[in-house]
Design a protein around this ligand. Sequence first.
Ligand SMILES: [Zn+2]
Ligand SMILES: [Zn+2]
Length: 137
Amino acid sequence: MKLPLTGGCLCGAVRYEILAEPVASINCHCRTCQKSSGAPYLALLFVPAIALIIRGNVKEYATTAATGNTVYRAFCPECGTALFGKNSSFTKVRPVAAATLDDPSVFKPEKDMWVADAQPWDYMNPELPKCSGNFWE
Ligand SMILES: [Zn+2]
Ligand SMILES: [Zn+2]
C-alpha cells in the first residue's frame, strides 16, 4: 500500500492522512455499523492511532458495544459522514471507514466480523474468514 493514505468526508471539512501500514482490513457487519452508516456493513481499515492525522473538526458519538466497551464513532458534523472509531479498550488502533479514502480501491478485506448480526440480504464473499464477533477475539 502506498503511504500516506488520504481521505475525507463528503463535504471536505474533515481530511485525514494515514502514515503507517494498516494492521487489518475488516468488513464489520455489527448493528451499530449498520445504523451509523446506513449500509449493511462498514469496510474498516484498522490503523495505528498515532499514524492517523485528522484535520478539521469531528463530532464523536459514544455507544456501548456488545462487549461492554465504549466505542466512540467520529463523524463530520457538517455532512454526517461516518469516518473513524475509537474503542475504549483498544486505544492503540483505530478503525477508519475505508470508503472515505480518496482511493478506496486499495482496501482488500481480509475477514468479515460480527457476521451474527448481518442482514439476510447482506451478500458476503464466501472466501473470506468469518468471525461471529470481533476479529481479534
Ligand atoms: Zn463533511
Ligand atoms: Zn461494527
